[in-house]
Design a binder for this molecule. Structure first.
Ligand code: SAM
Ligand code: MG
Length: 326
């Protein structure tokens, strides 16, 4: 009798936990790049690439854009930008002084930088037939870094020889980026501007490669944002996007642990519901005519304190795509 009762209790508790998780994480994803039919990035080796059939990979409804209250944003706010989510931008404006403090709130980006640069260099060199081992492998490429913040990515891209434009919707970020880049003649060539992707589109700007790393989870309308990224890209040009998966693991690690336990990021930095699953990102990009060809996950090793590339896209992931020329 007692064991029957305890069995029932365990069953009910299990069901309640399952109900809670399903309610809290309705669309969480367990995708891997190969399940999505995308080549998984790995040093040296390559696996099959089979383009995704948009009608077949039809994940669910995409998250809908939300509106947010107005805050002061500088020049970027002059445009009728669809990508601006003002409460998100206010968070970055509040900590803009700390962009280059490698132990500050942007420490995770600083620590992750070599790993994501390895992906960027490798995919761009493969696509544009450049030598990844040369000192300036991105020489000759015009690259825009959308949501560049203080320039953590823009600067190494310039050092790799690219002609870089960095744009951010927060004026203070651009000021910090400018001051820091001017410390070195190579990075002082970067064109920094407080604006948005959609404003650059209005101005008719085009780039060989468009970067938006850790930005899409902070914009108002990811689908419109991707359309702007596509419109900035030359035919057969490249797009690289990194973000956080809307998975249970991401909630536990990238939000709960990173913000509340380890205090790597200020509390409230990320809204879990604004994350995209890899399937959603691929679909949104496909609708913008960008074909995702390579994808990788970033995995943190607490023993070494480093990030490495992996096919585990369950938390942080990065995607490389090209703009259909047709
Ligand atoms: C997490 S930071 C990433 C910075 C940089 N991409 C990196 O990875 O080092 C996100 C940045 O995107 C900017 N941002 C957010 N929404 C934007 C938008 N709609 N247009 C331009 N910049 C935006 C923020 O101001 C912030 O600097
Ligand atoms: Mg983020």
């Amino acid at each position: 009798m007692a064991s029957k009762l305890s069995y029932q209790l365990r069953n009910q508790t299990g069901a309640a936990i399952r109900r809670f998780l399903l309610h809290r994480f309705p669309n969480s994803s367990a995708a891997t790049p190969s399940l999505l039919g995308i080549r998984c990035f790995s040093y040296g080796s390559s696996q099959t690439v089979s383009p995704i059939d948009p009608s077949a990979s039809s994940p669910q409804e995409l998250p809908q854009p939300r509106t947010s209250p107005k805050v002061e944003l500088g020049a970027a706010s002059a445009s009728t930008s669809s990508s601006l989510k003002e409460n998100e931008l206010a968070k970055f404006a509040a900590i803009s002084e700390t962009w280059w403090d490698s132990d500050g709130p942007f420490k995770p980006l600083h620590v992750m930088n070599p790993t994501r640069l390895a992906f960027v260099r490798s995919t761009l060199c493969r696509h544009f037939k450049k030598d990844p081992c040369s000192a300036r492998p991105l020489e000759g490429l015009k690259i825009v870094d959308v949501g560049c913040g203080g320039g953590i990515l823009s600067e190494p891209l310039a050092r790799m020889g690219a002609t870089v434009t960095g744009v951010d919707a927060v004026e203070k970020n651009i000021r910090i980026a400018r001051v820091h880049a001017d410390l070195d003649p190579v990075t002082s060539t970067i064109e920094y501007c407080c604006t948005t992707a959609e404003k650059l589109v209005e101005e008719g700007r085009k780039f060989d490669a468009v970067m938006a790393l850790e930005v899409i989870e902070h914009v108002a309308d990811p689908a419109e944002f991707c359309k702007s990224l596509a419109a900035l890209t030359v035919p057969d040009g490249a797009t690289v996007i990194s973000t956080i998966n809307r998975s249970m693991r991401a909630y536990a690690t990238a939000v709960f642990a990173a913000e509340y336990i380890l205090r790597w990021l200020p509390k409230g930095t990320h809204q879990w519901s604004s994350f995209l699953t890899p399937e959603e990102l691929v679909l949104i990009l496909q609708r913008a005519n960008i074909n995702v060809k390579e994808m990788a996950g970033f995995v943190y090793n607490p023993l070494t304190g480093r990030w490495y590339l992996s096919d585990d896209v369950s938390v942080n992931f990065i995607a490389f795509g090209t703009l259909d020329s047709a």
